[in-house]
Design a protein around this ligand. Structure first.
Ligand SMILES: [Zn+2]
Length: 305
């Protein structure tokens, strides 16, 4: 029988190499909504009262770029920022961008830019108690990096380590690169799966669209819930059909994004009080405004419109 020993040893070695499967399992993206809900109750204080959205610009591309296999019909991508309103203050989710960064995205085309809305957003960002960012792309972050008051804004802007690293080393465009000096002014956090940052407000790590992507979970005092998913999808059909983008200029971790879309799809079927909201889906925002779940205006100066 000793002749078989080497064979058995080989089998054992082969088994030991299985950790590769474990490593794959570790890289799969996952989140648990009940753990997130629990985290939303960790920070004492009154929960938010409502969520507002403001569109300040548009990108006009055909829908097939947003959702793989969709028709090449025209589709409006709204450029937006969100405001989570508390009884005594508000948190901004994303910060918009100035006209110069908007033109970078326009690729030489004159896409709509609403200067009055952008000015309102700039005021809202200036008046925010806290600013968090769904990800480090220019249409979401330029509003805290490029204005004259950027140093003041940085002190109340929470950046994740991954967002900071990209903005310093490999920014989407030169206009939003952070210098070492500017980088030191931000509140920088690193977290494993989720992080409560205010009553009823939890960040969910969701690297995929970019390394620094995160979703923002909001639980209102009324019990209504929102999941602001940034650019995990550009159109809610991506969640409904579990289909990623088909945009050659975007470099995503596609398996991670598909894991996120599957999770969001399951949530949208099983949690009717939770609104999954995509940053750029103009049609969805209009529906949510009609349903009274979002207001399409920002409140300034401590809650007054
Ligand atoms: Zn975007």
């Amino acid at each position: 029988m000793p002749r078989f020993a080497p064979v058995l040893a080989l089998v054992f070695v082969a088994t030991l190499h299985v950790p590769h499967a474990g490593a794959l399992a570790q890289t799969a993206w996952a989140a648990d909504i009940d753990t997130v809900r629990q985290a939303a109750r960790l920070i004492p204080g009154r929960q938010p009262l409502r969520v507002n959205v403001l569109k300040f610009a548009e990108s006009r591309r055909t829908k097939n770029f947003s959702v793989k296999g969709a028709p090449t019909a025209p589709s409006v991508q709204a450029r937006t920022a969100f405001q989570v309103v508390y009884p005594d203050s508000y948190v901004m989710v994303d910060a918009g961008m100035d006209l110069q960064v908007h033109r970078f995205f326009g690729r030489g085309l004159e896409e709509p830019y609403d200067a009055a809305a952008a000015a309102q957003l700039e005021r809202a960002v200036a008046g925010a108690r806290l600013i968090v960012l769904t990800h480090e792309h220019g249409d979401h972050v330029a509003g805290v990096i490029r204005p004259a008051n950027a140093a003041t804004l940085a002190a109340k802007t929470l950046l994740t380590r991954a967002q900071l690293d990209v903005l310093r080393n490999t920014p989407q465009m030169p206009e939003i690169r952070l210098t070492d000096e500017a980088a030191r002014r931000y509140v920088v956090v690193d977290y494993e799966r989720h992080l409560p940052v205010a009553p009823g407000l939890v960040l969910i790590r969701a690297a995929g669209h970019t390394p620094g992507s995160q979703m923002v979970y909001v639980a209102l005092e009324s019990g209504r819930e929102y999941l602001l998913v940034g650019d995990a999808t550009w159109h809610m059909d991506g969640v409904r059909l579990v289909r990623g983008k088909d945009a050659p200029w975007v470099t995503e971790d596609e398996p991670a994004v598909l894991d996120q879309l599957r999770w969001l799809n399951a949530l949208s079927r099983t949690a009717p009080q939770l609104a999954v909201v995509a940053s750029h889906d103009d049609e969805q925002h209009a529906e949510l405004v009609r349903a009274g779940l979002l207001s399409n205006r920002l409140e300034l100066d401590g809650g007054r419109p």
